[in-house]
Design a protein around this ligand. Structure first.
Ligand SMILES: CC(=O)SCCNC(=O)CCNC(=O)[C@H](O)C(C)(C)COP(=O)(O)OP(=O)(O)OC[C@H]1O[C@@H](n2cnc3c(N)ncnc32)[C@H](O)[C@@H]1OP(=O)(O)O
Ligand SMILES: CC(C)C(=O)C(=O)O
Length: 523
């Protein structure tokens, strides 16, 4: 067990500063509940002075999430009495409330933003801390733009606000200007001086990602004595965002011999938390985002897939199970090789293929993979079937798998405000099935028509669309999760026509249900 690092989550405050990410009271409370389950030590729930809505939301978080367990609830204030009062009145319901205040220390802030002298700003900060201390025992002081501040003035401010009663000192790299080695040195010096003055005061850092170094700077600070880190889920936040909680936490865990520091984060809740934040805030996670991106545990190239099948540690440093995912994903593409395709076939029950059979099937796989982005399990069944039809029609395994899968032949969707409707034509083997439906919107109508054709009891759990490229030829990429008989099935599809992409994704998910119901055929 290494040194304890406090995790201060600011998803609901700095994260919510992302344009369009604003949350309502219920969403804030739900995310706060999930953050508590994740095991963060402190939740910064908002900026109560900014609006009545945010005041109410912070208060609701304090009342509903902050009254049990040892979690601390805080919110942000300027060094202004009205802001401090607003924080106090919103967080006071929590068992462990804290007032967080911010005031700049760089020359740019002092001279250009405030048009005051350094002494005047220092005094405003000290007075604000003294006032906050009359309200609550826990007060955090953030020296905004610390990384661009004159070091001795920064220290003079920290020393003065510590003497005034601040219990946590947060050193922000407000504009993501810091560099890990330089930031580490600054934290090392501050930590020495702070611990000499009062070792009960926690030293914290808050790093922004403008140069892509937020996580690196946060880790450098931990190495150099920081006790606490401020982070957000998925790294969201003002401009390029903040240090991502999941990256800092998993780096400490994965490289524990370097950092010798632990958080009390329950890492198995990371993915759940990431998905909740992403869906409530309407912010997609970049696919290649470390830890929480869709591709973080997906492997698509043959050499990697072969290596992983031989030994997971060949290409896996973080185990997907550790962050709450079921398993790694081996995506079959035209860059996959024989080992991965054989492994996928074996999982479907095609385990005793002769070399000739496998090579024939692999050839079929490559042909399809060159024409498609990804090859799914139901595609493999069809490849196997067409191989046997061509090479050994009498073969006992040449069952008509394709009879069981659904294929979109045509669709028409009418989108208007009062009566969105859809008609679809689907092929199932030799049968052509048609249905029409109305819905609350075009996608709902489309999915209702498909559901009628497949006669499956399916619930849409998640629907996500984003654009893969720009311009007229932009691809709409749809990712959906559906539920059938208590099991979840995820599928994707892409097309320049977003309605077609939506239909194909749904069909791929339905075909995954069909695959799950097919009994393995060759043993
Ligand atoms: C680095 C950070 O992320 S800090 C947090 C940033 N988050 C936010 O700003 C979100 C919430 N903010 C708000 O809702 C509003 O900006 C409010 C309520 C705080 C203030 O609103 P307004 O009174 O309309 O002022 P406005 O935002 O236009 O300007 C900021 C004012 O605060 C002053 N100010 C800025 N920072 C501080 C500070 N840390 N302490 C004291 N005063 C400050 C500015 O000098 C300016 O004052 P002025 O009007 O005398 O020139
Ligand atoms: C309020 C402080 C910590 C902040 O968000 C910043 O300086 O970036």
């Amino acid at each position: 067990m290494g040194r304890k690092i406090w995790v201060f989550d600011t998803t609901l405050r700095d994260g919510e500063q992302v344009p369009g990410a604003k949350l309502n009271l219920y969403e804030k409370v739900e995310i706060a509940q999930q953050l508590k389950k994740l095991g963060v030590d402190i939740i910064e729930a908002g900026f109560p002075a900014s609006s009545q809505g945010d005041f109410d939301a912070v208060k609701a978080v304090a009342e509903k999430v902050g009254t049990t367990g040892d979690i601390m609830i805080t919110a942000l204030a300027r060094a202004v009495k009205a802001d401090i009062d607003a924080v106090y009145h919103a967080v006071k319901y929590a068992e462990n409330p804290m007032i967080h205040m911010v005031l700049g220390t760089s020359d740019i802030h002092v001279e250009k933003k405030f048009s005051k002298s350094k002494d005047q700003i220092l005094q405003i900060g000290v007075d604000a801390v003294k006032y906050a201390k009359t309200l609550l025992p826990q007060v955090q002081y953030s020296t905004e733009d610390a990384s661009r501040s004159d070091f001795e003035y920064l220290w003079k401010t920290i020393e003065a606000v510590m003497r005034a009663g601040a219990t946590m000192i947060n050193v922000p790299d407000t504009v993501g200007f810091a560099e890990p080695e330089e930031f580490g040195e600054m934290i090392f010096k501050l930590n020495n001086r702070m611990k000499n003055l009062d070792d009960s005061v926690l030293l914290s850092v808050h790093c922004h990602n403008d140069l892509g170094m937020a996580t690196a700077n946060t880790l450098a600070a931990i190495k150099n004595g920081a006790d606490k880190v401020e982070c957000t889920i998925n790294g969201i936040g003002e401009r390029a965002g903040n240090a991502a909680l999941e990256e800092v936490v998993m780096a400490l865990k994965t490289r524990s011999t370097i950092y010798n520091a632990d958080t009390r984060i329950n890492t198995k809740e990371i993915i759940n938390t990431s998905r909740l934040v992403s869906s409530f805030m309407g912010l997609d996670v970049q696919v290649n985002k470390a830890i929480t991106g869709d591709n973080a545990f997906a492997h698509s190239s043959g050499i990697h897939q072969d290596g992983l099948l031989k030994s997971r540690d060949a290409y896996e440093i973080v185990h997907p199970e550790d962050v709450g995912l079921d398993d790694m994903e081996l995506v079959l593409t035209a860059r996959s090789g024989r080992h991965a395709v054989k492994n996928a076939l074996e999982k479907l029950g095609f385990s005793n293929l002769s070399t000739d059979e496998f090579e024939g099937i692999f050839e079929g796989f490559l042909k399809l993979a060159d024409a498609k982005k990804e090859v799914y399990d139901h595609d493999l069944y069809v490849i196997v079937e067409s191989y046997y039809e061509k090479h050994d029609a009498s073969h006992k395994n040449a069952t008509h798998y394709s009879d069981q899968f659904f294929d979109i032949e045509d669709l028409q969707v009418v989108s208007n405000t009062s009566f969105p409707s859809a008609s679809v034509k689907v092929r199932k083997g030799n049968e052509v099935l048609k249905a029409s439906a109305v819905g609350s919107g075009p996608i709902d109508a489309l999915y209702s028509a498909i559901a009628e054709i497949t006669s499956m009891d399916v619930k849409l759990v998640e629907y996500n669309i984003n654009s893969v490229s720009r311009g007229k030829e932009a691809l709409g990429k749809v990712k959906i999760t559906i539920e059938h008989e208590g099991e979840k099935y995820m599928a994707k599809a892409a097309d320049t026509d977003i309605l077609k992409a939506s239909a194909l994704a749904y069909m791929n998910a339905i075909n995954s249900i069909v695959v799950a119901k097919l009994t393995p055929v060759m043993n």
